[in-house]
Design a protein around this ligand. Structure first.
Ligand code: BF8
Ligand code: SF4
Length: 655
């Protein structure tokens, strides 16, 4: 395959090098399997294949009498709506189950049962306690921690009909009313998930709009879980602050024992960080120069944000980390770990270690991970890697020499610290004033995955560069942060290359005061996918400070390479919160004009947020920019009118 053909697969230079090597060695990767799957089934692609009962599959052909409905009589709109909201259920269950584990670990820690975990950020814990209505005055930190953990666990399955605490205490009054009025406020996360599975069971709900509203409730349950995960992880391991690190395959070190942490749950990866530090000497005794830990996907983001652990790859290029021949062990917990990594491990000396009883891969080593024996398991994992190092075949080691500097660690609190260097009284106003003054056009949040339906990393980078040129402030999570990290957009190199004059002036002003020993980045890495809650926190505080509802705020979101069910649940709460959300891959909605219209238009009328489906990155950038400019323009018009007539700005219009 020529280099030009390779560039149609990925724009990551390290991935291009590894894919050429894969081709030479005749090793198949996700790119080859995607090609082999073509053409994909049109019924599935457009959402009109129903497999909800075993009379099916029923496939809809609108023009053919009898086949224009499923056997039970379900119309295309019912089938498309049911299929799409079942993605939301998948996403909400993954995020919230992750959150539940963190909450249990906080509970066990606060009760004094765990020797390996502690409450690290007691300030944040107290703030959360006050927010959710738990007394802090004169109480031991462990007592507060226990009450907060129980309160969080109640959000999963409480029996009353009050809103979930983690949602209700983090949204603004306007959204609270909107969710109440549209009857989509979750009262318990598990309940919303179960109810939606029930609602979409054969012969239950046939009304597509009602099904979608059920889906939005589950999406808000997803947000609730994400908020719990972020909050309580910060309490256990610390709230991220700016850190300096690196990204791409060049972070692997041929002279060291290389271990990759892959998956999502930091309860494990954080312990592996500690164990790797502790056992450095054992690696040296085994002939290595030390231990080199790298991250993949979101657990990689978690340890990057808190510990400065470098990122090796994002979702699509995960197999290629093993293909370097330099990875001694890959440890995985849950979500987004391609089963293909095991096949790749079989071609090399790499040990694949599974750790969760709900996430196993045949043929791998399983070390059951639980919070009571966490460090013991983490040490076992590191020792397996050290043993594997001895089996490494140096002649097969091929590490592409590509890596970029990364400045990450921008939690909401870290961003406020940064803005606080300019205005300590009201940090958020530094951002909102720059928007009101027209210096920056607004904010775009990038989130989500890689998807073989796009050129790996390309749409994410193209859209971000376009928006940066037009002075849009950029934040990012998940695998988009991985793409930015590998391309140098999480460093000052990105500012020099792509920031428009307004954005550059804004960043430089912050940089002068930042006190960091590195320049500020173009894109602000806010964490893993559960940390999209940090982004919701950001827009909520911005709207409060500007005294406007969120649907009027010049804030947009983009998931240029969305892939997972989690991405669909995130996108769905983003639009529900009043934010336009671009998705660069068409989800299976085209089989029903009605459902498509609800997500792209009706949602706008009801919530102010809506989906923008656009597969062309240049056009997508333009559409996002149009939305920001329109919102900023309306804001100025209404503000000017209010000033002229000495009234308050109109609260009623949608941006
Ligand atoms: O939770 S961005 S591919 S790794 S789903 Fe998965 Fe998508 Fe990556 Fe993180 Ni998020
Ligand atoms: Fe077919 Fe209805 Fe069963 Fe779906 S639920 S598979 S449309 S019979």
């Amino acid at each position: 395959m020529s280099t030009a053909d390779m560039e149609r697969r990925t724009v990551d230079p390290a991935a291009i090098e590894m894919l050429s090597a894969a081709e030479e060695a005749q090793i198949l990767t996700a790119w080859d399997r995607y090609k082999a799957q073509q053409p994909q089934c049109k019924f599935g692609l457009t959402g009109i294949c129903c497999r909800i009962c075993i009379q099916g599959p029923c496939r809809i052909i609108p023009s053919r009498p009898g086949q224009d409905k499923g056997i039970c009589g379900a119309s295309a709109f019912t089938i498309v709506a049911r299929n799409i909201v079942r993605y939301i259920v998948g996403g909400a269950s993954a995020h919230s189950d992750h959150a539940r584990e963190i909450a249990y670990t906080l509970l066990h820690t606060a009760e004094g049962h765990l020797k390996d975990y502690k409450i690290t950020d007691s300030e944040k814990l107290k703030k959360i306690a006050e927010r959710v209505g738990i007394a802090t005055e004169g109480r031991e930190i462990e007592e507060i921690g226990k009450d907060v953990a129980i309160k969080a666990l109640e959000d999963f399955g409480k029996y009353d009909h009050d809103p979930c605490t983690w949602l209700n205490t983090t949204i603004d009054d306007e959204r609270r009313e909107k969710f109440k009025h549209t009857q989509i406020t979750p009262t318990a996360i598990d309940r919303s998930i179960t109810q939606l599975m029930h609602q979409t069971h054969v012969g239950t709900d046939a009304d597509p709009v009602n099904i979608i509203f059920g889906g939005l409730q589950a999406a808000l349950a997803d947000l609730t879980g994400e908020y719990i995960a972020t909050d309580l992880t910060d309490v256990l391991f610390g709230t991220p602050q700016p850190v300096l690190t690196e990204a791409n395959l060049g972070v692997l070190d041929a002279d060291k024992v290389n271990i990759a942490v892959h998956g999502h749950n930091p309860l494990l990866s954080q312990m592996v960080v500690y164990a790797a530090r502790e056992l450095e000497k054992e690696a040296v005794s085994a002939g290595a120069k030390g231990i080199n830990l790298v991250g993949i996907c979101c657990t990689g983001n978690e340890v990057l944000m808190r510990e400065g652990i470098p990122t090796a790859s994002n979702f699509s290029s995960q197999e290629l980390v093993i293909m370097t021949g330099a990875l001694d062990a890959m440890t995985m917990d849950v979500q987004c770990i391609a089963p293909a990594v095991k096949d790749m491990c079989n071609c090399f000396h790499t040990a694949l270690i599974t750790t969760s009883n709900i996430s196993k891969v045949p043929g791998s080593v399983h070390i059951e991970f639980n919070d009571a024996t966490a460090m013991e398991s983490a040490r076992k994992i590191v020792r397996i890697a050290i043993a594997q190092y001895g089996k490494r075949r140096p002649e097969r080691v091929k590490i592409p020499q590509f890596k970029k500097q990364v400045v990450g660690g921008f939690s909401f609190e870290a961003l406020m610290n940064l803005f606080g260097k300019i205005n300590a009284e009201n940090p958020i106003s530094v951002l909102t004033d720059a928007i009101e003054a027209g210096e920056i056009k607004g904010v775009c949040a990038f989130a989500g995955c890689n998807n073989q339906k796009t050129v790996h990393d390309d749409p994410t980078l193209t859209i971000a560069k376009e928006l940066a040129k037009k002075d849009v402030f950029l934040v990012s999570t998940g695998c988009t942060a991985g793409a930015f990290a590998k391309a140098g957009l999480l460093s000052s190199e990105g500012v020099e290359a792509y920031a428009g004059p307004g954005l550059k002036a804004f960043i430089k002003r912050l940089e002068e005061k930042s006190g960091l020993n590195a320049g500020l980045p173009l894109v602000y890495h806010m964490g893993s996918c559960v940390d999209n809650s940090r982004i919701a926190h950001l827009w909520t505080e911005m709207a409060k400070n500007m005294n406007i509802p969120i649907p009027q705020l010049p804030f947009v979101a983009s998931a240029p390479e969305a892939m997972s069910e989690k991405a669909i649940s995130i996108g769905s709460w983003v639009i529900t919160m009043g934010i336009p959300c671009h998705v660069g891959v068409l989800p299976p909605l085209e089989g029903s004009e009605l459902v498509y219209g609800v997500t792209t238009q009706i949602a706008r009328d009801v919530f102010g947020g809506y989906y923008i489906f656009e597969t062309d990155p240049e056009k997508a950038a333009q559409k996002l920019l149009d939305r920001l400019e329109k919102r900023a323009w309306k804001l100025r018009v209404h503000k000017a009118a209010a000033e002229k007539y000495d009234s308050t700005p109109d609260q009623g219009y949608e941006g």
